[in-house]
Design a binder for this molecule. Structure first.
Ligand SMILES: *Cc1c(COP(=O)(O)O)cnc(C)c1O
Length: 364
């Protein structure tokens, strides 16, 4: 059996440090807003090269709170890619805004030209999603945002530690520490990153009942804070994140070599200038559902991210879209296949994945 992720192997590396940290929190009963939260926020901001980090309850809340903090007008439109995890669109609606979907480019990232075409007089923001671990074309998207006066809110849930040459500095970004992400908590957690002290303060206010001073509530807020025990986990894992991302890159290189000779397999590519962190290794194959079933039968835990684009989800039928509206995203949804990818994947396991895939494709 080759698992899709291996959270046990990751835990083994950090277990001692985490148990010591938990013990400290339990002894101090610092469950909410304990000192580990502020320490992690500072350390993650530094790791990300962004001045401010505010820990929140999860990555979906991070998107909603970031949009609210940015003060985009209620009811205005937000452009985002059709192929993303549903949370991106969900958070937009929850923030009282209207999602407007746009198609993706060859890397399955928001296509700047499609995004430009989706911008109208009521558009207030754009959400590039750094899907699979590499950044969307941020130069072009910032240029569009500047031209049309839009807020840029990056959904960086899958891209902790990624980079892009020559891109403008992060103004506002959300991330998720869902357990399976490149840096995962042991429960729910997320964060907002921003270059603006004012936005950071606004997110913090919203995340904690609209209050900075106990029992004084400046604004209607939420209860969405980073849990102290999760901060302990994240501090321990952050120390390994650069190495773990490097191990993912090495695994991606190995897959590239192992799979390049297999007929029918289209390999994922890194866009020029991107430092990829390979949250997911997504190939494209013909008759994907059969291939997936064949792999699973042989014990290779492949998955699909994501089988149904946002515009074809029942929850978003009100947007009025149908098949054919976003052809690049739809074609991808029928062919994409995420192979096992995590920092502890061995060369032997990857050889087995490649052999099994080759066999399954020959049998089609
Ligand atoms: C995981 C994820 C989210 C949501 O994060 P949660 O912490 O699960 O709420 C949002 N967007 C993308 C692209 C994600 O992968």
């Amino acid at each position: 059996m080759i698992p899709f992720v291996d959270l046990r192997a990751a835990h083994a590396e950090v277990a001692d440090e985490i148990l010591q940290g938990f013990d400290r929190v339990l002894r101090d009963t610092a469950f909410v807003q304990g000192p580990d939260v502020a320490a992690f926020e500072e350390e993650f901001a530094q790791f990300s090269g962004v001045p401010h980090c505010v820990g929140v309850g999860n990555g979906t809340d991070a998107i909603e709170l970031a949009l609210r903090a940015a003060g985009v007008p209620a009811g205005s439109e937000v452009v985002l890619p059709a192929n993303t995890f549903v949370a991106t669109a969900e958070a937009v609606v929850r923030a009282g805004l209207r999602p407007v979907l746009a198609d993706c480019d060859d890397h399955l990232l928001l296509d700047p030209a499609a995004a430009a075409a989706a911008v109208g007089p009521d558009t207030s923001a754009v959400i590039p999603v750094h899907l699979y671990g590499q950044q969307a074309a941020m130069g072009a998207l910032y240029e569009l945002a500047e031209r049309r006066g839009l807020v840029v809110m990056e959904d960086a849930a899958q891209s902790q530690g990624s980079a892009q040459e020559g891109r403008p500095p992060v103004g506002l970004a959300s991330t998720s520490f869902y357990p399976g992400k490149n840096i995962g908590a042991y429960g729910e957690a997320g964060a907002v990153l921003t270059g603006s002290a004012e936005l950071a303060r606004a997110v913090r206010l919203l995340s904690s009942h609209g209050s900075e001073v106990k029992y004084r509530h400046e604004t209607l807020g939420f209860n969405s804070r980073l849990d102290t025990l999760q901060a302990v986990v994240l501090r321990a894992k952050l120390k390994r994140l650069a190495d773990w991302n490097e191990a993912r890159r090495a695994a991606a290189d190995r897959y590239g070599k192992l799979l390049s000779g297999i007929a029918g397999v289209r390999l994922p590519a890194t866009a020029p200038g991107n430092l990829h962190v390979w949250h997911l290794y997504v190939i494209r194959v013909p008759e994907r559902d059969k291939v997936l079933a064949g792999l699973q039968e042989a014990g290779v835990q492949a998955q699909i991210h994501y089988p149904v684009p946002v515009h074809l989800q029942p929850a978003f039928r009100d947007l009025g879209h149908g098949p054919g509206d976003f052809p690049v995203a739809e074609a991808a949804a029928g062919e994409i296949l995420s192979l096992p990818m995590h920092p502890h994947l061995t060369a032997g396991q990857q050889e087995q994945v490649a052999e099994t895939l080759d066999e399954v494709l020959r049998r089609l």
